[in-house]
Design a protein around this ligand. Structure first.
Ligand code: PMP
Length: 377
């Protein structure tokens, strides 16, 4: 058959990007890659996961290998509810839906919320993977002006009323590494009430602050209108594909139906093993080691940039997470620079695809946690 005519309009609209083609070469071992958004593998709890798998399979192997509920493994949902509860905004385990990576949360939310032509509000720039998930359902994007402190709630006016939701990344955002300033979180919660807006809060990096706690979540400030997404990818390991959505009850019920159609449920074995790893406080010791490593990696990157970048290149200084954002001198194209960099065995991601509209050609993302400091230098 002619697949081009078989594909749905939605599938035909997916574009393979030129950048993806260039970045294919970044898997070569001789390339120093700041491109991939991978966590540092030395932080993966291999030993603990092996022991947990052993305990799960020995203790309740048949249950672990059986189909289970779409909502997810109850003890893990209870653990997540307790961990995310605040005095002002408690989480009930029935609000938690386990998903196969928070990326699936984005897909399910898009499925149940977006009709073609609906308005979706995003940051400038925003997470490319969310744009990919949302775009299949053909929304119209409106980019909210943002600066080094994140999106600017004061720019949000009555014209945004009727938008389906605002997608926001308050903590160490992918791609910029920036943090949404605390007072903006309060103003955003107020704005959302004023404009009757649903907020999707995507927070895979919130635990990766280099020093001190991150400010309050948007969910804790506006629980009735926020859907919160968390992930085990950056605090345990991405290969177990485990994330979760905390949603108001009516929305959560719809997400459960959508997930049933997608994959019935998230891996029972993965959920039980992850619960076995985290249930007795493992993360209390583990997360600080990730924070320390990433902070040191970030310092190495900042030091190397200040020693080697020519005049006119600017970059931020993230307070957590895995990324920093740089800007080349006005008019210099980061995509063209990538081609040259790859010839010299270095890769990064140009900033363009992270913008829903009016991309900055000068911007680029540097991921710094998987390259040893001497190679960064
Ligand atoms: N949201 C953001 C902002 C991300 O950076 C990522 C991972 N790159 C995801 C969601 C998806 O993470 P996962 O599916 O591994 O939980």
């Amino acid at each position: 058959p002619n697949f081009e005519t078989l594909f749905s309009g939605r599938a035909r609209a997916i574009q393979s990007s030129a950048i993806r083609e260039i970045l294919k070469v970044t898997e070569r071992p001789d390339i120093i890659s700041f491109a991939g958004g991978l966590p540092a593998p030395e932080t993966f709890p291999v030993k603990e996961t092996l022991a947990a798998m052993e305990r799960v399979l020995t203790g309740c192997g048949r249950e672990a290998l059986q189909y289970s509920t779409t909502e997810g493994f109850a003890p893990l949902r209870e653990w997540i509810a307790a961990r995310n509860s605040t005095p002002e905004a408690p989480v009930h385990p029935d609000q938690v839906l386990m998903v196969s990576g928070s990326q699936q949360g984005l897909d399910l939310l898009a499925k149940v919320l977006i009709d073609p032509g609906d308005t979706v509000l995003v940051e400038t720039p925003t997470y490319l993977g969310a744009l990919q998930a949302f775009s299949l359902f053909e929304p119209k994007y409106v980019s909210i002006p943002s600066d080094g402190d994140g999106l600017m709630p004061e720019t949000m006016n009555g014209s945004l009323r009727g938008a389906k939701f605002l997608y926001c990344l308050p903590n160490f955002q992918n791609p910029t590494g920036r943090l949404l300033a605390e007072e903006r979180r309060y103003r955003l919660a107020e704005k959302a009430r004023e404009l009757d807006l649903l907020i999707l809060e995507d927070d895979p990096y919130g635990e990766l602050s280099y020093a001190g706690d991150t400010p309050r979540t948007i969910r804790s400030l506006a629980p009735e209108r926020t859907v919160y997404m968390g992930s085990f990818s950056k605090i345990l390991a991405p290969g177990i594909r485990l994330g979760y959505v905390i949603a108001p009850t009516a929305l959560r019920a719809k997400l459960v139906q959508a997930k049933q159609a997608t994959d019935l449920h998230t891996s029972t074995l993965a959920q039980m093993a992850a619960y076995e790893v985290v249930k007795d406080g493992f993360l209390n010791g583990h997360i600080p080691t990730i924070r320390k490593l990433y902070s040191d990696q970030c310092q190495a990157m900042l030091g190397a940039l200040s020693r080697h970048m020519p005049e006119g290149v600017r970059w931020n200084s993230p307070k957590g997470g895995m990324f920093l954002w740089a800007e080349l001198p006005k008019g210099m194209d980061a995509g063209a620079l990538l081609a040259k960099a790859v010839e010299n065995n270095v890769a990064f991601v140009p900033g363009m695809p992270f913008f829903a509209a009016n991309p900055s050609i000068e911007a680029l993302r540097l991921a710094f946690v998987t390259v040893p400091p001497p190679r960064i230098e």
